[in-house]
Design a protein around this ligand. Structure first.
Ligand SMILES: *Cc1c(COP(=O)(O)O)cnc(C)c1O
Length: 432
């Protein structure tokens, strides 16, 4: 680490990038707009750390937004990729690696009997909605405020992530007709869902949700919420879809559905199953998945889908995660971190509410409890901006938005966690 926090090279590269790419980035939240700052340009990542183009080292709690659960550039993943690379980067034909990763996903995730690979979480969610509609012969969909299911038109209604961050309730360019079938309810509100079913008899194809919200900060489901949705969808002939793009293989090896013991009909995945390469997937009951082309009539395809490099990174990542003690370690380290953050804030007299499950955590700078997106918005955004910058200066890289969950990895050491808590403590005492 350098003595004074210097961002000269990041600044120069970002200024140049703004002329080349909209907002200077390839994905909105990266631009630091919601923390009123300029982004740090990364040079390389390894284990729990990221290094920027000015030589600063950060303890990273973004982890490429989730995939880096084994730690960045895990040596076994890199070695497997190097070997796979020799055999080619893309086949556009079936490969054995797809069988292998499919089998691993089917063995791990309770709801998944068959799986289709795609290239991103967005694609997985788009495809799953088409499938829900085809299977039920119904058009309407229920989603929750603050839940993000990628950037497809139908989901850009009260969406979280960058949409929440930038305060866009919607996006221009999305036709009203496309979202007219998207109904929304507050998270953790079963009554609201019940009402929507009552008001739209035999018209709702299904309910999609993040089983733990990670795109509006970090909001766990209240006891009974997931179970209640399972009941309600069943009663109304609708499908239940867990969007586990973030929680899959992170909350437990079988995802949030395994952890909470509630099995949806369909599941979308991404992030961790790609091990840092671009992958998404959707899967579920065999009778539903059998409708996907070419087994059935529901069209969905992809030039690079199931490509050997992405499959290799996914397989190796899951093999590492499957080893004994992985999730216990993530749970313990992350709990220690969030407890340390919350205690430090309280000692400094700052209102805070935070929690974690497995390797996923979040906090809001308000009294709490936070059970939905409305309550999440009470978090002190101005303070968070100052905190974000101050933590960067102390070598800790947090998600550049109060509405994104944090991620730990198997590479974060006890020392990293202690150093992070110490940095938080200092920041809470210095900022006013
Ligand atoms: C990240 C995310 C997506 C979108 O995945 P991309 O790979 O960014 O397209 C969808 N749903 C959830 C829950 C996510 O966290």
């Amino acid at each position: 680490m350098t003595n004074a926090f210097n961002t000269t090279n990041s600044q120069a590269l970002f200024n140049a990038a703004k002329e080349l790419m909209p907002g200077g980035v390839s994905s909105p939240v990266r631009a630091f707009k919601s923390v009123n700052g300029d982004p740090i340009v990364f040079d390389r990542v390894k284990g729990a750390y990221a290094w920027d183009v000015d030589g600063n080292r950060f303890i990273d709690y973004v982890g490429s937004w989730g995939p880096a659960i084994c730690g960045h550039s895990h040596p076994e993943v890199i070695a497997a990729l190097q070997e796979a690379l020799e055999k080619g980067t893309s086949f556009g034909a079936p490969c054995e690696l797809e069988n292998k990763l499919s089998q691993m996903v089917i063995d791990a995730v309770p709801s998944v009997e068959m799986v289709r690979f795609v290239n991103s979480g967005t694609e997985a969610c788009m495809a799953v909605l088409r499938l829900m509609r085809a299977f039920t012969g119904r058009d309407k969909l229920i989603k929750f405020e603050g839940c993000y299911h990628g950037h497809a038109d139908m989901f850009l209604v009260k969406a979280g992530s960058g949409v929440a961050t930038l305060g866009l309730p919607d996006s221009p360019g999305v036709p009203r007709s496309t979202t007219s079938n998207t109904l929304t309810a507050p998270y953790n509100d079963l009554e609201a869902v019940k009402e929507l079913f009552a008001e739209n008899p035999d018209a709702i194809a299904g309910v999609i949700l993040e089983p733990i919200v990670g795109n509006a900060g970090f909001i766990p489901p209240e006891p009974g919420f997931l179970e209640g949705l399972r009941e309600l969808t069943k009663e109304n002939g609708a499908l239940l879809v867990f969007d586990e793009v973030m929680t899959g293989f992170r909350i437990s090896y079988g995802g949030a559905q395994e952890r909470f013991g509630v099995t949806p009909d369909l599941t979308t995945m991404g992030k961790v199953i790609g091990g840092g390469l671009p992958v998404g997937a959707y899967g579920g009951r065999k009778d539903i998945m059998s409708m996907v082309a070419p087994a059935g009539p529901v069209y969905q395809a992809g030039t690079l889908s199931g490509n050997p490099l992405a499959m290799t990174a996914g397989i190796k990542t899951l093999e590492i995660l499957k080893q004994e003690g992985s999730y216990e370690r993530l749970e313990m380290m992350t709990k220690k971190l969030i407890n340390g953050i919350c205690e430090s804030a309280q000692e400094a007299g700052l209102p805070i509410t935070g929690s974690s499950i497995s390797g996923m955590f979040g906090f809001y700078l308000c009294q709490g409890p936070v059970r939905n997106f409305e309550e999440a918005k009470q978090s002190n955004a101005e303070y968070f901006s100052k905190l974000h910058r101050a933590m960067l200066e102390k070598g800790v890289y947090l998600a550049p938005s109060p509405f994104e969950a944090g991620f730990t990895s198997l590479a974060h050491s006890e020392d990293d966690i202690d150093a992070t808590i110490k940095a938080f403590k200092e920041c809470f005492n210095e900022i006013n």
